[in-house]
Design a binder for this molecule. Sequence first.
Ligand code: FAD
Ligand code: ZN
Length: 228
Amino acid sequence: TGKKVLIVYAHQEPKSFNGSLKNLADEVLSKQGCSVTISDLYAMDFKPAATRSDIIGELYNPDHFNYRVECFEAYKKGRLAKDVLEEQKKVLDANLVIFQFPVYWFSMPAIMKGWIDRVFIQGFSYGIPGFYDEGFLKDKKALLSLTTGGDEGMYLPTGANGDIKYLLWSMQHGMMHFCGFQVLAPNVCYGMDNVTEEKRKEMLDAWAHRLQKIWEEKPINCQPSGYF
Ligand code: FAD
Ligand code: ZN
């Protein structure tokens, strides 16, 4: 199709189920004629911490370090750290960004959260004004593809963990939608820590199947009214 996909991937083990989901997406989308770029965060040893070293040269306000303000100013002057600029370029090139990760503490692993902290900065992905439906990445789609240790029953409204949509909200709305992304339905593989081999194959098949028609999908309702 000529579409471009960025997969932001966070798993330490290539043979993991997350690794298999990432490889499958790469394979299926490439076969469609999409060009796929992968940011393999652990392999890149991506720096997750938002620090002073993300700004090259002088600070805007050396007396009081404010990461948001400093990044905004550095972005305008092209003075952000090289690894951040490289990731921003990959995002700009992409029509669809897939985040592939295991759930850590009801959220994404720290290395991926750090990627969000450092890459989705003011001026690049959003402005004030310029967020949610007016976010700067509004022509792009985002999809969270995640695995959980807890089984599906635990993530039902009556389950011990509560409805999965609460876990997804901060990422889908607070991160993706805030930056304008049209949010596609998540791909959730439940109960990875005890599911059968057969069930794992089914989950991979379902993912491959879905990706065949991913470009026809409409975004989910990601407004506070309607989401819950
Ligand atoms: P793996 O263990 O790598 O894979 C599962 C199985 O799939 C393995 O047997 C593997 O060999 C097999 N497999 C791999 N590829 C294939 C293939 N192609 N075909 C068939 N089988 C294959 N869980 C929660 O639910 N909520 C939490 O809040 C939470 N917090 C966590 C916090 C931390 C710090 C950590 C470390 C874990 C947490 N977990 C939590 C659990 C975590 O989400 C799961 O362990 C993780 O999702 C499992 O995914 P994986 O890719 O690592 O699985
Ligand atoms: Zn939203």
